[in-house]
Design a protein around this ligand. Structure first.
Ligand code: NAI
Length: 248
């Protein structure tokens, strides 16, 4: 079933990981994909060619999602290249974990900037286009720790909780133009980052998850397809945990 046939999505931070999986899954549903990441490198070129196999239009753009000027510029370019933007996925994110007593101002600022300011910058950039067309779906990638908090992740948890407040505000503000805004809150997802954890830590995590397994990037991408598509046409301002029941 092609749930996103002929639509155009913008996905930030999609050279790898969850963003790439969302891009590939959207493309498999007939969606044209414009994606960003910090650099136009081998990973970006590989992502472009992987997506192109679905027969959709695709282009990767080197752009820092956390910079307001860059966000404005890249969105303008994408509209020129693709014609319109129907879906925005604010996925770009980083961690700089540290205990509060050791956390530096730089670690705090970097995480808030990349994770939270990017959501502001990109949403602001697409707003005029979605507003004019009277439709759109914005999906923000939060985290279960934005709901529950986590040790040594005060900066990351604050940024992800901030995304939830932002999502609910935008849903209220943009609903009048049929623009929906929702957040996903992934739990423990197997990516390059989590694959490096020692086996005993992975096993301990799994025992705390009611479904007794880590999530996959496809688990996250599937929920994003739902939120991007008309299947969720009456859903806005919601936060959907994708965590095997860890957050109930
Ligand atoms: P990742 O580190 O594998 O991929 C993130 C991508 O974003 C990278 O390609 C990176 O270059 C890019 N990026 C970083 N800063 C950027 C910026 N300023 N502008 C544009 N691109 C930028 O991370 P992963 O695991 O795929 O995470 C994706 C999102 O999912 C993040 O927001 C993360 O916080 C969130 N998340 C991940 C979980 C996990 O278990 N992996 C759990 C919950 C949330």
């Amino acid at each position: 079933m092609n749930l996103l046939q002929g639509k155009t999505a913008v996905i930030t931070g999609a050279n790898r990981g969850i963003g790439k999986a969302i891009a590939l899954m959207f493309a498999s549903h007939g969606c044209n994909v414009a994606f960003t990441d910090l650099e136009r490198n081998d990973a970006m070129i590989a992502t472009e060619s992987d997506i192109a196999q679905s027969g959709v239009k695709v282009k990767g753009y080197a752009s820092n999602a956390a910079q307001v000027d860059s966000a404005q510029e890249v969105v303008k370019q994408i509209v020129e290249d693709f014609g319109s933007i129907d879906i925005l996925v604010n996925n770009a994110g980083i961690t700089k974990d540290n205990a509060m007593k050791r956390m530096t101002e730089e670690q705090w600022d970097a995480v808030i900037n990349v994770n939270l300011k990017s959501v502001f910058a990109m949403t602001k950039a697409v707003q005029p286009y979605m507003w004019k067309q009277g439709s759109g779906s914005i999906i923000n990638v939060s985290s279960v720790v934005g709901i529950s908090g986590n040790v040594s992740q005060a900066n990351y948890s604050a940024s992800k909780a901030g995304i939830i407040g932002f999502t609910k505000s935008i849903a209220r503000e943009f609903g009048v133009r049929n623009i929906r805004c929702n957040a996903v809150a992934p739990g423990f997802i197997m990516t390059d980052m989590t694959a490096q954890l020692p086996e005993h830590i992975l096993e301990e995590w799994k025992t705390r998850i009611p479904l007794h397994r880590a999530g996959t990037v496809q688990d996250v991408a599937n929920v994003c397809v739902f939120l991007a598509s008309e299947l969720s046409s009456y859903v806005t301002g919601q936060v959907i945990p994708i965590c095997g029941g860890l957050q109930i």
